[in-house]
Design a protein around this ligand. Structure first.
Ligand SMILES: O=C(O)c1cc(C(=O)O)c2c(n1)C(=O)C(=O)c1cc(C(=O)O)[nH]c1-2
Ligand SMILES: [Ca+2]
Length: 563
């Protein structure tokens, strides 16, 4: 690895050059977006690069210097609902979202440049399954783009925050919402949709970023006559079959392919929808220009435990059986770590990284998880203790991948639930689940989650740090400085030694952290930024442990104190 001095020198020169080049312009090109991970001044994409590796090669803040890491500014984001977002940074300005506002802040001093309110009908939260929040925005060609709780997409002028266009994506009254960040791929703005707990039929939309006009729609559940519809029963179950797309996909610009995960099947109770139910709980490889599916891989056929396959599908190049392979990697909600060839969908590995009792293993010939006796019992109407419960072996808080050591750095959850299916009737815009869900007795000596470093092929942890009370609900940032950053819902941003998991630093922010830390360079100096503001579904899940954490959204930015 490059030495600190050499690296710092290059970054400094690069930063001066970049400033000179970018200070006159206010637009980003597709090349800029593709180049995001190599341009330390700017963070232009969700996941810190289209590959969503959340890895930065900045190393001023490292194992030795992190003890001098201090807050340099902090600004309120004006919302009490919760902060789950990932900030973007362009040309000295930070752009942030929550459910209520889009905000631009001067990164020199934390001064707010503009703040634009999102107007949604106050009744909208009725159809929000899991927290009134928003996970991020996109930026392209002088505009910032965000989804809204009432299922619209909005473009704002990057300089003024004034609305340029607003497009209705779907009727929120039918259970649709947007909580995820849009993706710009090959000039098309792609948005996912939420609502699989409300009997929606999921889809992805491709829009023209200039006008907001719809270019294409791809339903995640094929209509009668389309390939895949035969995996649904005859009739209209497919119209309420779920398959939402509520986490932003990754993108391989060289292959011009978007990898977007599809959510759970609906209703959770599976008896009314025999069959594999494509493309619920799957990953789709898509052409961003047309929305056409290049290949698909279903993770859980006839899915029944809210096993959304939407978590990040990290793009990486790894050695597998001695050969270099282009893969996507995914820590599934159901507890298996998937490694898939991203050129053709071939399954390379699917090993458990957490305790699983709903399946015994994934059959590598068919790619299908083999259901256990426990799953057979619940299908027969019995109550079971399910491992992992619907909270998932991992939640949406994104993992990071370090291309230098080939390991995935992540938060995981270790919790079961008691579940039993019950009849459910579809009513427009109401929860459509059909599952009784109760806490399972928990051994207080057992951890409820971990922070860990995992080998993608073996799914074995290199190290695991137990969390005894509250699982983490924040994304991870990995850096060449050897540090893994993540947040706790009690408010601490922490830095761990990526080699050992030892905690080297922490700072307590004003609320809880369930968001996505980033890092960037400004005038040659490395910064870390994270949103603080308790929100999302885990607050409800944890109940008493988190009820006294003060609400209130802010962003906090850190840098090294001078010696
Ligand atoms: O199936 C869906 O459409 C959907 C959407 C969302 C969402 O948009 O937040 C969540 C879930 N499912 C879900 O199952 C879940 O556990 C969850 C947690 C959170 C959160 O933001 O903390 N959202 C969601
Ligand atoms: Ca879901």
């Amino acid at each position: 690895m490059k030495s600190f001095g050499f690296k710092y020198g290059i970054q400094w020169v690069a930063s001066i050059a970049a400033l000179a080049m970018t200070s006159v312009t206010f637009s980003q090109s597709l090349q800029d977006l593709k180049n995001d991970p190599n341009n330390a001044e700017n963070v232009l994409t969700y996941g810190m690069g289209y590959k969503q590796q959340r890895y930065s090669d900045l190393l001023q803040i490292n194992k030795d210097t992190v003890k001098r890491l201090v807050p340099v500014w902090s600004t309120s984001l004006g919302s009490n609902y919760g902060e789950q977002g990932q900030p973007l940074v362009y040309n000295g300005v930070m752009y942030l979202v929550n459910a209520e506002y889009t905000v631009a802040i001067n990164i020199e001093n934390g001064q707010q440049l503009w703040r634009t309110k999102v107007d949604w009908d106050p009744n909208t939260p009725r159809v929000v399954c899991c927290g009134i929040t928003n996970k991020g925005l996109a930026i392209y060609n002088g505009k910032v783009f965000r989804g809204t709780l009432d299922a619209h997409m909005v473009a704002l002028d990057q300089k003024t925050g004034k609305q340029v266009w607003k497009t209705k994506i779907a009727n929120w009254q039918e259970g649709f919402t947007i909580t995820s960040a849009p993706l710009i791929a090959n000039g098309v703005l792609i948005t996912g949709i939420s609502g699989a707990e409300f009997g929606v039929r999921g889809f992805l939309d491709g829009l023209d970023p200039e006008t907001g006009k719809q270019l294409w729609r791809k339903y995640t559940i094929p209509a009668p006559g389309e390939k895949g519809n035969e995996t649904w029963p005859k009739g209209d179950a497919y119209l309420r079959g779920g398959g939402s797309t509520w986490i932003t996909g990754s993108y391989d610009a060289d292959l011009d392919t978007v990898y977007w995960g599809v959510g759970n099947a609906g209703p959770w109770a599976p008896s009314g929808r025999p069959g594999d139910n494509l493309y619920t709980a799957s990953v789709l490889a898509l052409n961003p220009k047309t929305g056409d599916i290049k290949w698909h891989r279903q993770i859980v056929p006839n899915e029944m435990f809210d096993l959304d396959a939407v978590w990040e599908w990290i793009v990486g190049d790894i050695k597998y059986k001695g050969a270099n392979r282009k893969v996507i990697m995914h820590l599934s909600r159901g507890g298996f770590l998937y490694v898939v060839d991203r050129t053709n969908g071939e399954l390379l590995s699917a090993k458990p990284f957490e305790k699983i009792n709903w399946a015994t293993h994934v059959d590598m010939k068919t790619g299908r998880p083999v259901e256990s006796e426990v799953s057979k019992k619940v299908r027969a109407g019995e109550q079971i203790e399910l491992w992992p419960g619907q909270w998932g072996a991992k939640t949406w808080g994104h993992a990071a991948f370090n291309p230098m050591d080939g390991l995935i750095y992540t938060n995981t959850t270790h919790a079961s639930r008691l579940v039993k299916f019950e009849p459910v009737e579809y009513k427009v815009g109401q929860r459509y689940v059909g599952l009784q869900n109760a806490p399972a007795p928990r051994d207080p000596k057992e951890p409820i989650g971990h922070m860990e470093a995992i080998d993608p092929i073996t799914a074995k942890a290199k190290w695991r740090v137990p969390l005894m009370d509250i699982p983490n609900y924040s994304a991870v940032l990995a850096t060449a400085g050897g540090l893994m950053f993540t947040g706790k819902e009690t408010g601490e941003l922490v830095a761990l030694d990526m080699q050992t998991g030892k905690q080297l630093w922490e700072y307590k922010t004003t609320s809880g952290i369930n968001a996505q830390p980033i890092t960037y360079l400004h005038h040659g100096k490395q910064y870390i930024a994270v949103q603080s503001g308790i929100g999302g579904v885990n607050v409800v899940r944890m109940g008493p442990q988190l009820k006294d954490i003060p609400r209130g959204g802010s962003v906090v930015v850190f840098a090294l104190m001078d010696k």
